[in-house]
Design a protein around this ligand. Structure first.
Ligand SMILES: *Cc1c(COP(=O)(O)O)cnc(C)c1O
Length: 385
């Protein structure tokens, strides 16, 4: 491809979890909500007429901005609607990061040209560095602490590298760990840039960080909160996310939107979804109950599972030969493969600190039982070390 940018030739594109077509697969690999979307959403989709498809939609998804503002006690000027949360991430990098800042390989972190890039915590959502690479901006990676704890010091590391944007996922992916809004507020205060709090999974947590963007004492003018309807509202197939921040940040983001970045069908469905919070919350409660059961069941089978405020678990397997390994389960990669053969899909990351673990989406009780049965079968067919 002689005409494409060098950076695109070299790019390692984002690798999503598999989306099998077979309905027999127990799909616990991409953190979808196992329950259907609220009925009001389906009614809104069915009520779409030809006329609303003939015309362009509201460019800013104004009815959604209003509904989201009401739901979150913000003003509509503090809301931007996007084609999935992922589009918001791309828009943020376009607004805040200097292209051409990636510099030559290896020198990026140290040299002046690295300034203006993104800061991330490692490990986290692997799309952030991919989007930065496409924009040709630098990535400063700061390792998380023990059990994936976030520390205030991350802001200093990002500052020394001249980062303009810092990304944290809360609850954290892939561990499910929860950090308090107080800690995130202190990071925002120390960071000389815009802090993005990716709350893709916040619906399964007890609290959120909206106090950092809501008018009041805790409000920060350098915080953006990302939300999506993909997880909590069971609408991953629809592609609708949004950003919440001070009106100044939202106005800047609005300049780099595609002219009609969200479509008429999803705008209607999204309004119905955000107004059906109570209905969706029933599914969150069911997922939380199963999450807790699954932690118990997996622990009994010798896996160590971190506490999770999300709809997935990070479960590490005892490595071979480890003296305190309870069960006879083989290493994570092998278990991942064996589960797949039994049509149970989970996620495996061949990455530092994650190689001994599986990330398991919490499914329905029946799906989770299938997972546990498959694990028992695998353990029974593995020779005792
Ligand atoms: C799912 C997810 C998103 C957004 O996903 P969309 O489907 O594009 O809305 C953002 N961040 C993280 C960490 C996610 O897991």
């Amino acid at each position: 491809m002689p005409y494409e940018r060098d950076i695109i030739t070299k790019l390692h594109a984002y690798v999503p979890g598999e989306q099998p077509t077979s309905t027999e697969v127990v799909k616990l690999n991409t953190n979808e909500n196992p329950y259907p979307p609220p009925q009001a959403v389906m009614d809104a989709v069915h009520a779409i007429d030809g006329e609303s498809l003939r015309r362009y939609p509201s460019p800013t998804a104004q009815p959604f901005r209003q509904a989201a503002a009401e739901a979150h006690r913000l003003s509509p000027e503090q809301v931007i609607a996007t084609n999935g949360g992922d589009e918001l991430l791309r828009m943020l990098i376009t607004v805040y990061c200097e292209p051409g800042a990636a510099g030559r390989a290896g020198e990026a972190e140290r040299s002046e040209v690295a300034r203006g890039g993104i800061g991330v915590a490692e490990p986290s959502y692997s799309l952030y560095p991919v989007l930065a690479a496409i924009h040709d901006t630098s990535v400063t990676r700061v390792p998380l602490g023990d059990r994936f704890a976030l520390s205030e010091d991350i802001a200093d590391a990002w500052n020394s590298a001249g980062c303009r944007l810092g990304f944290v996922v809360n609850p954290h992916a892939p561990s499910g760990r929860w950090e308090t809004p107080e800690l995130l507020g202190r990071i925002a205060d120390r960071f000389d840039g815009v802090l993005v709090i990716d709350e893709a999974y916040v619906d399964f947590a007890k609290n959120d960080s909206l106090s950092l963007v809501r008018q009041g004492e805790a409000a920060r003018d350098n915080v953006v909160v990302l939300r999506t309807l993909s997880k909590g509202y069971s609408l991953a197939g629809m592609r609708f996310g949004y950003g919440l921040a001070g009106a100044g940040i939202i106005a800047a983001l609005d300049k780099v939107r595609d002219s009609y970045n969200t479509d008429a069908v999803s705008q209607r469905a999204a309004v119905a979804a955000i107004q059906s919070r109570e209905v969706a919350a029933d599914s969150w409660q069911k997922v939380i109950a199963e999450r807790n059961r699954l932690i118990d069941e997996l622990s009994q089978r010798g896996l160590s599972v971190l506490p999770s405020a999300s709809n997935f678990l990070l479960a590490s397997l005892p490595s071979e030969g480890e003296p305190d390994s309870v069960g006879p389960l083989p290493q994570a990669a092998a278990v991942y493969q064996s589960l797949k053969q039994r049509l149970v899909f989970v996620r495996y990351f061949d990455q530092d600190r994650l190689r001994d673990s599986l990330r398991i989406t919490v499914g329905t009780p029946a799906q989770n039982d299938r997972l546990l049965e498959a694990l028992d079968e695998i353990a029974a067919t593995t020779p005792q070390a």
